[in-house]
Design a protein around this ligand. Structure first.
Ligand SMILES: Cc1ncc(COP(=O)(O)O)c(C=O)c1O
Length: 430
């Protein structure tokens, strides 16, 4: 298929990038696409679109650019030098994402038994003991019987300005903390610190500042009850996706100032975070195909288009219905320079009328069955939340990686081979 990419009115020829391979004799995993110097994940996506269209099976897919994890890890460590990141496995639990993060040296926040097994199965042996946290707030009794009870008290935070608030479900108020710390002491349980989560995709750094100040008060209360308070977990909630950098940097500046005030260097408190979205969001782009179309003339003469796509709410776009603003796709099609736009509703493929991608309409040009849309920044809470409802399998993911990350991945691959046991791309034991 020859064509072009239409985004914000500009066209780019599709081109035909050649298939990338690992060097001869290397242990480069066959599931990974090794990007040639200068080649991008976007080119990989265009090549797949062409292949799938030619094959007559234009199934939805994702392309993951694993190199993005390295740049985001660098940005996180630079912006928050006192905070150790424990990546939230639930956000994108692809084994390749976890392996790359392990080579970069992050820990893992594992909020379930399966996440814990994934984290433990991925982490290098040197770090096993201190690499995986079990952070789920409501643990069932069996899970509670497994670890030694070193407790972290989760605080309620103000999170109304976050896109996905969590405090209606989790967190103790300051008033409740005193009682809980006393009960723990009376039961002989060790409380070692506090945690909070300002809500996912937090829109204001000030909620971090308030939560850190609250933690300081709870540290004082805990110490008064004889607890050895030494761990501060500032949770997740950092923004993610293309263009999030200025918002993240501002957030980091406020967090650093709050830490300097309430937990200054030399205070002996270890500070950790559980970022998910910040690391994973811009790793993946999702490509979907238009499988049906309907034009509707509304009263008043407004022409509206309904596009039916082969991925939707029950697949990759599960969380998008809860987002306030629809995401804008890139249209992969040769179009005139300034095509007229129409209000469009994007539906997923299942029989459920609730299965649409976004609450609101998006403005798109007139397209045809067989055309492709690509959504950037689809790496967070997408594949990990997708289901097989109505018999539609989750979209396949192609993993692309720049040459610089190759040595680290080859080391991981050798380690897995030596162990004789590992995970394949879908997370099943090899
Ligand atoms: C306990 C906990 N930690 C970390 C995260 C990751 O949050 P985010 O992706 O917003 O960084 C979540 C997300 O819900 C969570 O519930």
């Amino acid at each position: 298929m020859e064509g072009s990419v239409e985004g914000s009115g500009t066209s780019t020829p599709l081109g035909k990038p050649k298939e990338s391979q690992g060097p001869p004799g290397s242990v480069w995993p066959k599931e990974l696409i090794a990007l040639e110097p200068g080649e991008s994940a976007w080119q990989v996506a265009l090549k797949k679109i062409q292949e799938l269209s030619d094959s007559g099976h234009p199934d939805p897919f994702m392309v993951a650019d694993l190199g993005v994890l390295a740049s985001h890890h660098r940005a996180f460590c630079q912006a928050l030098p006192r905070v150790s990141p424990f990546y939230a496995v639930k956000c994108n639990s692809s084994v390749w994402v976890l392996r790359v993060l392990d080579t970069l040296g992050t820990g893992f926040d594992c909020a379930s038994q399966v996440s814990l097994e994934l984290g433990l199965g991925t982490a290098a042996p040197r770090t096993l003991a201190d690499t995986c946290l079990g952070t789920r707030v409501c643990k069932n009794p069996w899970h509670l019987s497994q670890p030694s009870p070193r407790l972290v008290l989760r605080l309620l935070t103000k999170d109304s300005e976050s896109i996905f608030p969590l405090s209606t479900k989790f967190g103790a108020s300051l008033e409740a903390c005193e009682r809980l710390l006393k009960s723990a002491r009376d039961l002989g349980l060790a409380v070692v610190g506090t945690s909070f989560h300002v809500g996912s995709n937090c829109q204001t750094p000030h909620n971090f500042r308030q939560a850190i100040a609250d933690c300081r008060r709870v540290f004082e209360m805990g110490r008064a009850f004889g607890h050895d308070m030494s761990l501060l977990d500032i949770g997740g909630g950092f923004p993610g996706g293309e263009g999030c950098e200025p918002q993240f940097e501002e957030m980091a500046r406020v967090i650093n100032a709050a830490l300097a005030q309430d937990f200054p260097e030399g205070s002996g408190v270890e500070i950790i975070a559980e970022p998910g979205r910040f690391y994973a969001a811009s790793v993946c782009m999702a490509a979907v195909n238009i499988i049906a179309k309907k034009a509707v003339l509304e009263s008043g003469g407004r022409r509206k288009l309904l596009y039916y796509l082969n991925d939707g709410h029950y697949g990759t776009f599960r969380l998008c219905l809860r987002e306030p603003v629809p995401r804008m796709p890139i249209v992969v099609k040769e179009l005139c320079s300034d095509p007229p736009l129409f209000p469009c509703t994007l539906y997923g493929p299942t029989c459920d009328a609730f299965d649409k991608l976004f609450r609101e309409e998006v403005q798109l040009p007139e397209l045809d069955v067989g055309d492709w849309l690509v959504f950037p920044s689809m790496g967070a809470y997408t594949s990990s939340m997708s289901s097989t409802f109505n018999g539609f399998p989750p979209a396949s993911t192609y993993y692309a990686m720049e040459p610089e990350l190759r040595p680290g991945m080859e080391t991981v691959q050798k380690r897995k081979k030596k162990k004789g046991k590992g995970m394949n791309v879908s997370g099943q034991s090899e």
